[in-house]
Design a protein around this ligand. Structure first.
Ligand code: ADP
Ligand code: MG
Length: 369
């Protein structure tokens, strides 16, 4: 089922009397989520992710705009009538019920033509439990389960009604690191198997990048960029998106274009023949540095982190916006941690320049110097 958002806007009245402006939690969101895809809705806390999800679910009414499931306008439909499955960060299971009863619960409330026989309900519940691999825990109470198992129950409960759309709001946030990794793979597998159109909300870019067919990056209620994770990573539209994606994060410098050359401090590092003179922000991905004796960019050595196959060189540069400049290079490179400085030449595809005021990307073909 494709899900279409048309000019979706949600404004909350401001209760703080000192501030006049209302809160625009979601601002003119237009996008069609393709049928059967898993879309990651990504952005910092407070950017409007949950509000968007609640509007899709029907738990919140948009201030303006419309929502379509397929060709049907569902904007005024109640949550129960939309056929959505919802999973929240806190698993919200009924503590006094067993796992089986928790999963059965949504089915027992079906009315009229949707009503199922006891046998059918049980079958469906076991199907859903199998899918999330908790079918052996059906007689336990939630308190007898680990966090990951509880979250699986919550997912099974959302799946049991065979929703047309699955909505997940930071479902892994309460899990420890290893379980988070495991459960996100699980969600990906379940989504692929069921082909349910899914919106996965997270503030964790790595999580979104790793499981989504597409990501939507939001900032203060406004969609910044939509695309395949790798495309957005490689081709960010603005500095915010560039900074939000990637671990370690992109290195940002204050730079300037003078006579077709990009300067970071006193170093001319790239040639941009078509860009007029101006101040810019320069973003360089950690993997965009090449260690060379006569490299154009000079940095001061600070330390070396070995991360398995790769080596991360930590340096400083007075033009850097961040305290350190972090590069990732192949472990084959011999780097002397005792040296005063390192010199890098840059990989043009990993260097981005942004307008200093608007922070929008300046599209220009560059050549390394
Ligand atoms: P996210 O899920 O991305 O962290 P939310 O969608 O929860 O963000 O919130 C977006 C903005 O809307 C925030 O500024 C938040 O404070 C505000 N907001 C959310 N719900 C309400 C509400 N019920 N009343 C007033 N403001 C709200
Ligand atoms: Mg939220």
């Amino acid at each position: 089922m494709k899900v279409e958002l048309r000019n979706l806007t949600k404004i909350f009245p401001n209760r703080n009397k000192k501030v006049k402006e209302d809160v625009v939690a979601v601002n003119d969101f237009t996008f069609t989520i393709p049928d059967g895809k898993l879309v990651g809705l990504l952005g910092p806390s407070g950017c409007g992710k949950s509000t968007t999800l609640y509007m899709i679910s029907g738990l919140q009414q948009p201030t303006s705009g419309q929502i379509f499931f397929g060709e049907e306008d569902v904007t005024d439909l109640s949550p129960e009538n939309r056929g959505v499955g919802l999973v929240f960060q806190n698993y919200a299971l009924y503590p006094h019920m067993t796992v089986k009863q928790n999963i059965l619960f949504p089915l027992q409330n079906l009315k009229g033509a949707d009503k199922l026989s006891k046998q059918d309900m049980l079958e469906r519940a076991y199907q859903a439990a199998k899918l999330v691999q908790i079918d052996e825990l059906m007689d336990r109470k939630p308190s007898e389960l680990s966090g990951g198992q509880q979250q699986r129950v919550a997912i099974a409960r959302a799946l049991v009604k065979m929703p047309k759309v699955l909505l997940l709001d930071e479902p892994l946030s309460n899990l420890d690191a290893r379980l988070r990794l495991q459960t996100r793979e699980e969600i990906r597998r379940i989504q692929r198997e069921t082909k349910i159109t899914t919106v996965f909300v997270t503030h964790d870019q790595e999580e979104a990048m790793s499981i989504s067919d597409m990501i939507i990056v939001m900032k203060k209620g406004v969609v910044q960029q939509i695309g395949k994770p790798q495309d957005v990573y490689e081709d960010p539209l603005n500095l915010f998106v560039a900074k939000f994606l990637g671990t370690p994060p992109i290195n940002v410098f204050e730079g300037r274009i003078v006579g077709g050359r990009l300067f970071i401090g006193d170093d001319a590092v790239m040639e941009y023949t078509d860009v007029p003179d101006q101040e810019v922000f320069v973003g360089i991905r950690p993997e965009g540095f090449i260690l060379t004796e006569n490299g154009a960019l000079n940095c001061k050595m600070s330390g070396i982190d070995v991360m398995g196959r790769d080596v991360s060189i930590v340096t400083t540069n007075t033009a850097s916006v961040n305290p350190v400049v972090r590069s990732i290079i192949d472990a084959d490179n011999n780097v002397d941690a005792e040296s005063d400085g390192v010199r890098y030449s840059l990989k043009p595809g990993k260097v981005y320049i942004f307008n200093k005021e608007t922070e929008e990307r300046i599209y220009a073909k560059g050549r390394a110097l």
